[in-house]
Design a protein around this ligand. Structure first.
Ligand SMILES: Nc1ncnc2c1ncn2[C@@H]1O[C@H](COP(=O)(O)OP(=O)(O)OP(=O)(O)O)[C@@H](O)[C@H]1O
Ligand SMILES: Nc1nc2c(ncn2[C@@H]2O[C@H](COP(=O)(O)O)[C@@H](O)[C@H]2O)c(=O)[nH]1
Length: 429
């Protein structure tokens, strides 16, 4: 197997080189063993060190694709690279890598998490940056392969916290979507985050770039769409609007529930994507009232108001009949409508569980083991102090995982355990 030209990393992750980002290889099938470590529990991890070349070759024969993860990405040197070796053709493939990429770190481990994704854990990182998923055959990846016509992989960071689905809010222009969203964000600033869309329309007087929208030239936005950076986009009232994958990820990284204010076409695209969300359509009490609100807002020219009103009729029809939306809200009385919105988002006094203790930085010794037991991934230090149990057992609870690329994989729980007995007690709970 020859390394492709320009790859600045080794094929294998060598424990002695833990302070240098090295590559590891993960195949999408097969069983493997890391030196001195028994992986016979649970699903076989795809994790190789330099002594395991034989195992790796066997895996390559079973499955023609080997994922080489590590070193610096050629296009963006500040992120971890991914290459694919196709054993059937003997060629290296440079996949289109979607999603925000993880930054290089002191060392990586990889576990074949499921048939369609590889779990990467980053040593020497904070718990918020510790677990990443490289999706290799998820619905989103397959969709993007078709659209882009290339080999595709997608990164999705595992984020901790209670995994609430993003909320998509649609409705005709002037119905009050923005007003309702502002009320929600004001009352629950730590719970919700707004997905800042891109648009080619000109900013209004009070609008700030990066806050209300990312204002962008059409040609630049078209290029970014071509590069697969958008979760959805649509031509609305004569301008291009779109939600970038990053806009949704930024909110998830903040541990918040994402709110998207997008038109019906955009909602349809999101519905067809793998982003699981709640879809809400806001209706006006009448066309007359909608017109009154649009004019009173005073942000559009007469021509634009007319265009938006014309489009509103079709949007309301689609909103009510397309089957895209889970909930309908009638925004007649604003306070009443807001109350209904809060009710359907479950904001009626539900208390979330306090977080378990978690490590500040995840620093694992060279000799550690990784095992998957039920819905937990146990990373166990093999070098405890003499006569004492291991105090460096990190547990990734993956029982509540939701989402994935495009966007983050939500609902991950990371905590430490003081001893193996504690670990078993936790697992049996
Ligand atoms: N229930 C309501 N009764 C009266 N006025 C309202 C009500 N809800 C919102 N408004 C007003 O209607 C105008 C339009 O609201 P808003 O800007 O929130 O609409 P929007 O749906 O976000 O529009 P767009 O899609 O164009 O961004 C605003 O001036 C707002 O104050
Ligand atoms: N499909 C998308 N539609 C979007 C997005 N961001 C906003 N919108 C919708 O555009 C209209 C007009 O908005 P305005 O700010 O010019 O009044 C409104 O219906 C929004 O919901 C997006 O990212 N994608």
């Amino acid at each position: 197997m020859r390394m492709p030209h320009g790859i600045s990393c080794n094929l294998f992750y060598h424990p002695c080189d833990i302070f240098h980002p090295k590559a590891i290889t993960a195949c999408t099938k097969g069983e493997s063993r890391i030196a001195g470590t028994d992986f016979s529990m649970g699903e076989a991890p795809a994790f190789f060190v330099d002594e395991l070349q034989k195992d790796m070759e066997m895996d390559l024969i079973q499955n023609p694709k080997a994922y080489v993860i590590g070193g610096a990405c050629e296009e963006s040197p500040l992120s971890i690279g991914v290459q694919i070796f196709d054993q059937s053709t003997g060629e290296w493939i440079y996949p289109t890598v979607l999603g925000t990429k993880p930054k290089p770190c002191k060392g990586l481990s990889a576990v074949l998490f499921s048939e369609d994704r590889i779990l990467i854990t980053k040593n020497g990182s904070t718990p918020d940056d510790f677990a990443w998923f490289l999706e290799v055959d998820t619905q989103y990846v397959r969709q993007q392969k078709k659209i882009l016509g290339t080999e595709v992989v997608a990164w999705s960071k595992g984020v901790r916290g209670y995994a609430e689905k993003p909320v998509v809010i649609s409705g005709p222009s002037g119905v009050g979507k923005g007003t309702l969203i502002s009320m929600l964000m004001k009352e629950y600033p730590s719970m919700f985050g707004f997905s800042v869309s891109h648009t080619t329309r000109a900013p209004r007087a009070m609008e700030k770039d990066g806050v209300h929208y990312h204002f962008i030239e059409r040609s630049a936005m078209e290029k970014e769409i071509e590069d697969g950076k958008f979760l959805e986009f649509a031509s609305v009232h004569g301008n291009l609007y779109g939600t970038s994958v990053e806009a949704v990820e930024v909110v998830a990284d903040d541990g918040k529930r994402c709110i998207l204010d997008i038109d019906v076409q955009g909602a349809r695209s999101v519905r067809a994507s793998s982003l699981e969300a709640i879809f809400i359509f806001v209706c006006p009490p009448s066309m007359e009232e909608l017109e009154k609100r649009l004019r009173a807002r005073g942000t559009e020219t007469e021509e634009q108001v007319r265009k938006r009103l014309r489009n509103a009729k079709a949007e309301i029809e689609q909103g009510q009949s397309s089957g895209i939306f889970d909930h309908m809200l009638y925004n007649d009385n604003l306070e009443e409508c807001y109350k209904s919105l809060k009710k359907l988002l479950g904001l009626d006094g539900t208390v979330t569980a306090p977080p378990k203790s978690s490590p500040k930085v995840v620093d694992l010794p060279m000799d550690h083991s990784v095992a998957k037991i039920d819905h937990r991934i146990i990373i166990n230090s093999k070098t405890p102090e003499l006569g004492k149990p291991s105090t460096n057992m990190i547990v990734l609870d993956v029982s509540s995982l939701k989402g994935g690329a495009p966007g983050r994989t939500r609902g991950l729980d990371i905590y430490t355990m003081d001893s193996f007995l504690d670990g078993l007690a936790g697992i049996n709970h």
